[in-house]
Design a protein around this ligand. Structure first.
Ligand code: ADP
Ligand code: AMP
Length: 218
C-alpha cells in the first residue's frame, strides 16, 4: 500500500501517521522529520534546509526529491510506505511519478486531511515534539502525561523553531500557493480521498482507517 498524506501544516498528518504505520505496518516517510534530523545532526543537508524551514519556505525541489528517492529505494519500503509532507509542489509530484515508475510501483491513494486555516494556527503554536522519536503532542489538545516529557521515550519535548504564529501564517500561504495544485494533480488521477480533519483525533482516525482498509482489502 503506497499512500500519501496531504494537508496543510498542522492538519494532523504526523499525528495520524503514528496510528497508520502501527496499524498497517508500513514505514512513515516524513520529509519534515528527515530535514529536522539532518539539522540536529549538523549535516550538509541540514545546513541547507534550515534557513528555508525557519523562514516557513519550502526547501528547494532538487534537494527534497533526492532524499525521497533514496529513502523510497530502501528495502523496508518494498511492501508499501506512508509519505507525509511530500510532494508539496507539482514538480515534486511529477518527480515522484518518475521515481515510482523506476521502482515498478504506483501511488494508490492520497489522503487529504482538510482543516480550516483559523483552527490551524492554534494547533501549530501549541505543538510540542519529541526530538528523539518525533512523536507530536499539543499543550491543550493532546498533552503528554508528564508536562514537557515524551510519553514514549521519556525525552524532553521541544517547540519547533517554525512553530511561531508568524511562520505558521507564512507556511499556510506557501501551502495555498504551492501545494494546493498538487491536490489537483492527484484529483485528475482519481486517487484523492478527502477527510474532515477538524474533529477529535480518534474520529479522524476512524475515517482514515476505513478509507485505507477499503483499499487494502481490494
Ligand atoms: P502536521 O503533521 O499535519 O503538521 P501534526 O500531526 O503535527 O500536524 O499536528 C499539529 C498539532 O495539532 C499537534 O500539536 C497535534 O498534537 C495537534 N493535533 C493533531 N490532530 C489533532 C486533532 N484532531 N485535534 C486537535 N489537535 C490535533
Ligand atoms: P513539516 O514537518 O512537514 O511541517 O515540514 C517542515 C518544513 O520542512 C517545511 O516548512 C519545509 O521548510 C520543509 N519541508 C518538508 N517537506 C518538504 C517538501 N516536500 N518540500 C520542501 N520543503 C519541505
Amino acid at each position: 500500500m503506497n499512500v500519501i498524506l496531504v494537508g496543510p501544516p498542522g492538519a494532523g498528518k504526523g499525528t495520524q501517521a503514528e496510528t497508520i504505520v502501527e496499524h498497517f505496518k508500513i514505514p512513515h516517510v516524513s520529509t519534515g522529520d528527515m530535514f529536522r534530523d539532518a539539522v540536529r545532526q549538523g549535516t550538509e543537508l541540514g545546513k541547507r534546509a534550515q534557513e528555508y524551514m525557519n523562514a516557513g519556505k519550502l526547501v528547494p525541489d532538487e534537494v527534497t526529491i533526492g532524499i525521497v528517492k533514496e529513502r523510497l529505494s530502501q528495502p523496508d519500503c518494498d511492501k508499501g510506505f506512508l509519505l507525509d509532507g511530500f510532494p508539496r509542489t507539482v514538480v515534486q509530484a511529477e518527480a515522484l511519478d518518475g521515481i515510482m515508475e523506476s521502482l515498478g510501483k504506483k501511488i494508490e491513494i492520497v489522503v487529504n486531511i482538510a482543516v480550516p486555516d483559523e483552527i490551524i494556527v492554534e494547533r501549530i503554536v501549541g505543538r510540542r515534539s519529541c526530538k528523539k522519536c518525533n512523536t507530536v503532542y499539543h499543550t491543550k489538545f493532546n498533552p503528554p502525561k508528564v508536562e514537557g516529557i515524551c510519553d514514549k521515550c521519556g525525552e524532553p519535548l521541544f517547540q519547533r523553531a517554525d512553530d511561531q504564529e508568524a511562520t505558521a501564517v507564512q507556511r499556510l500561504r506557501v501551502y495555498a500557493e504551492q501545494t494546493n495544485p498538487v491536490l489537483d494533480f492527484y484529483a485528475q488521477k482519481g486517487v484523492v480521498k478527502d477527510i474532515d480533519g477538524n474533529r477529535a483525533r480518534a474520529a479522524v482516525w476512524e475515517d482514515v482507517k476505513k478509507v485505507l482498509e477499503s483499499y487494502d482489502n481490494n
